[in-house]
Design a protein around this ligand. Structure first.
Ligand code: SAM
Length: 290
């Protein structure tokens, strides 16, 4: 008899009962139970039989199974030891899946990738991320500049909106600038709570991040740039000049700050949220002195 896909409510319940598995809220375990959503994600991610895929948090294998069907190879990082025997069972029909029992935040992902993928193969990351650590996971993967082409991830709607935001909107902040420095970010779709088991408390969206070949701006020092951007959003209702005065209080007097703002033609009475990434870069480069 043909087995049902893992990503259905009945098969998921069956697997959970068989293994008396109880969800760990602390690990962000909300499993997907809708094959259509998964196929849609995979289509948008640009997965085909030539591609390798990294997955974070396979759970009982709902997304992993669909990835195994559509991709050449899947390497999935799972932290919860209890899921390993389950995955061995649920994914036994697929010989192109490798489960790595590691915390993604601690893992040397580059090393794992070079051990499991053909270096010439295009690699994509696809995941229904554990919501409690969405931002640390994405920022780690972006900062490490891994050889992946895209990251297509299910995350909280609010965080997806922040990552894909435009200047002068409520969602625009230092996270937007950091993510858009490395990628082109777009929200692919909003997803109803009903496709998860158990249902999460927050709304979800699928976000696609396409890695840029080159960052859109030149910055003298990335860490310095990101810190300065964060400082410009420090107190959102304050002007840019006041946030900078606060940030540079040990090193720069007010006059120097005004002069530097003038050199790059940025009006200090603006708010940080009105600056685009090019303006943040010229500001950071003007203040940076090696
Ligand atoms: N992919 C499955 C699905 O869509 O049904 C499960 C997604 S669930 C939202 C998140 C998964 O990430 C869980 O399986 C959880 O155990 C795992 N996880 C949580 N923290 C992790 C970490 N630091 N490293 C690797 N996996 C993690």
């Amino acid at each position: 008899m043909l087995k049902k896909h893992i990503a259905t409510p009945s098969r998921t319940k069956e697997i959970l009962n068989q293994y008396t598995f109880s969800f760990k809220k602390s690990l962000g375990q909300n499993f997907l139970v809708d094959v259509n959503i998964l196929e849609n994600i995979i289509k948008h991610a640009g997965i085909d039989k030539s591609t390798g895929v990294i997955e974070v948090g396979p759970g009982i294998g709902a997304l992993t199974e669909q990835l195994a069907i559509h991709a050449d190879k899947v390497v999935a990082f799972e932290i919860d030891q209890r899921l390993l025997p389950i995955l061995q069972d649920t994914l036994q029909d697929y010989d192109n899946v490798e489960i790595i029992h590691q915390d993604i935040l601690e893992s040397d992902v580059r090393e794992v990738m070079s051990a499991h993928f053909d270096p010439k193969q295009p690699i994509h990351l696809v995941a229904n991320l554990p919501y409690y650590i969405t931002t640390p996971i994405l920022m780690k993967l972006l900062r490490e500049k891994l050889p992946v082409s895209t990251l297509t991830v299910m995350i909280q709607k609010e965080v997806a909106d922040r990552m894909a935001a435009k200047p002068n909107t409520k969602s625009y902040g230092s996270l937007t600038v950091a993510v858009q420095y490395y990628t082109h970010a777009e929200v692919i779709m909003n997803v109803p709570k009903s496709v998860f088991m158990p249902q999460p408390n927050v709304d979800s969206s699928v976000l696609k991040l396409t890695i840029r070949d080159e960052s859109p701006v030149h910055v003298e020092d990335e860490a310095y740039f990101f810190n300065l951007v964060q400082a410009c959003f420090g107190q959102r209702r304050k002007t840019l000049r006041n946030n900078l005065i606060r940030y540079f209080k040990e090193t720069h007097d007010k006059e120097t700050i005004t002069e530097l703002l003038d050199t790059v033609n940025i009006d200090g009475s603006r708010r940080g949220e009105s600056l685009n990434i090019e303006e943040f870069a010229s500001l950071a480069n003007a203040f940076y002195d090696g």
